[in-house]
Design a binder for this molecule. Structure first.
Ligand SMILES: C[S@@+](CC[C@H](N)C(=O)[O-])C[C@H]1O[C@@H](n2cnc3c(N)ncnc32)[C@H](O)[C@@H]1O
Ligand SMILES: [Zn+2]
Length: 280
């Protein structure tokens, strides 16, 4: 991949043709009757074919971006940056599948200025935020698209690195777009993730179970657990944290009330990273 044709990394979601950037504002495929995808003002492109599939709502995106303002998951971010620097050679490309607001994608892109980054997410609100942040941070060669992790708009063997952080895993698609020897990093909640929050909410807080959708017959290079403690200040940020967790939907109204008026929350955060390699 070279910087002039950076966006030709995309595969047309309609006909499979190669895409290129025209006039700096549209992605156009090479079919005779070309398919055209206009870039949004922030710079992302919508390549999703299913109008019914939407990903996270505006509210969920707002909750995550408000929570991330103080960099609370910096321990995970730092580890992902380290892994991207380890596994991504200059000139090579990485994909963050289910990238959300680009909190990790933009950090990795900033730390690897000689490589190329793509982020996809089904939520247009999330990628819009991610693309704006990339501009603000001058995060370099990073492109965002609305697309599903189960129908990635890329050719086979495009990426040296695929990351999937708290997002749905489509093993077949991830390994299809990885080049031989490429690396997949999956990040999930560890057993003790947000235990401090759960202690406040529930009488008998439970530990998280291991993710069920982990690849089974792939080469696991290693697994790493990251544990940290964080302090979240302010009712708005605490409630934003709660809203971005799966517990938000499962918690009874009476238990939700326990967070009202809370100004400081101290909690464990724990992340499990699974690093796989595609056979050469
Ligand atoms: C919990 S968030 C994680 C976002 C980001 N990786 C992070 O950790 O900040 C899960 C994300 O997956 C996206 N998502 C859900 N289903 C998806 C799919 N089939 N394809 C692409 N993205 C999807 C949601 O829109 C949401 O942004
Ligand atoms: Zn096309």
């Amino acid at each position: 991949m070279d910087s002039v044709n950076f966006m030709s990394g995309y595969r047309c979601p309609v006909c499979g043709g190669r895409m290129s950037l025209k006039m700096g504002k549209s992605l156009v495929c090479d079919a005779k009757k070309a398919h055209v995808f206009d870039l949004a003002r922030s710079g992302y492109v919508n390549l999703s074919q299913k109008q019914s599939a939407t990903g996270d709502s505006k509210e969920a995106v707002w909750a995550r971006s408000t929570f991330f303002e103080l960099d609370p998951y910096r321990s995970l971010r730092q580890e992902l940056v380290r892994l991207s620097q380890t596994y991504l050679a200059p000139g090579k490309a990485a994909l963050d599948a289910g990238c959300g607001e680009g909190y990790y994608t933009n950090a990795m892109a900033s730390a690897c200025p000689d490589s190329f980054f793509f982020g996809v997410d089904l939520s247009k609100y999330a990628v819009d935020h991610a693309a704006k942040e990339a501009k603000r941070l001058a995060a370099g060669r990073v492109c965002y698209a609305v697309a599903s992790v189960s129908d990635l708009p890329f050719y086979d063997r495009t990426f040296s690195l695929v990351t999937s952080v708290f997002a749905p895993c489509d093993e077949e698609e991830f390994f299809r777009v990885l080049e031989p020897g490429g690396v997949l990093v999956l990040a999930a909640a560890g057993p003790g993730h947000l235990l401090g929050l759960k202690r406040l909410l529930y009488e008998h807080p439970y530990l998280n179970e291991e993710r069920r959708d982990l690849p089974q017959d792939r080469q696991l290079l290693f697994k790493k657990r990251i544990s940290d403690r964080i302090e979240v200040e302010g009712e708005e940020r605490i409630s934003a944290l709660f809203e971005m967790t799966p517990y938000f939907w499962r918690t009874r109204e009476a238990d939700r009330e326990k967070l009202k008026g809370l100004q400081t929350l101290q909690t464990e955060v724990e992340f499990d990273l699974y690093v796989y390699q595609k056979d050469t």
